[in-house]
Design a protein around this ligand. Sequence first.
Ligand code: MG
Ligand code: MG
Length: 309
Amino acid sequence: MTKIVLLGAPIEAGAGRRGCVMGPNAFRTAGLAEELEALGHDVADLGDARPEEVTGIETDHTHLKQLDTVAGWTRALHSQAKKLARCDALPIYLGGDHALSAGTVSGHAALAAQEGRPLFVLWLDAHADFNTFASTQSGNLHGTPLAFVCGLPGFDSYLGGPVPAAVDPANVCILGLRSVDGEERRLLQSTNVIAHDMRAIDEHGIAPLLAEFLDRVQAANGLLHVSLDVDFIEPDIAPAVGTTVPGGATFREAHHVMEMLHDSGLVSSLDLVELNPFLDVKGRTARLMVDLTASLFGRRVLDRVTRSY
Ligand code: MG
Ligand code: MG
């Protein structure tokens, strides 16, 4: 049995289109808490977080969209994540667009640093979200959180100062890439982030790529934050996302990742992001995300011996 807390983060300011504000309630409607309780876990829903009031941030990058609002969310979720990381419960952050991870990951990284443990990040996404304020073409800030938490320069306005504990890029693994901007690609390749695109998944299979990363987390006694973007999954089966890119993870690839994460027993926090219920078809994407989360927390067809919870 795992103690789990759910915290809604209804932010849509980072995305290019509206709708993610409804995400947390769609996860609730799709039965997330009930499914996890049915697996024997103790689930508490803390309701929705609220952003801090931030106004008047000055920036040379005038094309950035809703920077004040994103900064307000980053500060609020950073504080919440630091608090929740101290509890004995595993937090699941219900998005909300991917900008929320600037707050959650930086908060968990800060606490991990205080505890002297490395934080590893598994980023399941069609995109690298590794743009800086200078490199983003669209100005949509949900394309920036991974660059921010890895300590790339220029993000001081997010927390009103530098990120307190940057995640070591070598401890980040992106799985599922199939859309990276030109300058973003250069930034990514200038670090040692592990970035597996869909071609690598085609060539090697998703399991060995993930297993190699999980072995490193285990060997380092690391904490593991997982950030699951809906667009990691093939849009034919997960249409409720504003940034669909064809050729995503299949139903079984996505579930296999979750099953391996469960078996590893390493996951310490989780984001579920970019669900846009306005674009969904009879709730199927919300239900798939709930089913994937259930796989991460131990739903299985047959019992097997694992290292898990
Ligand atoms: Mg993303
Ligand atoms: Mg994405």
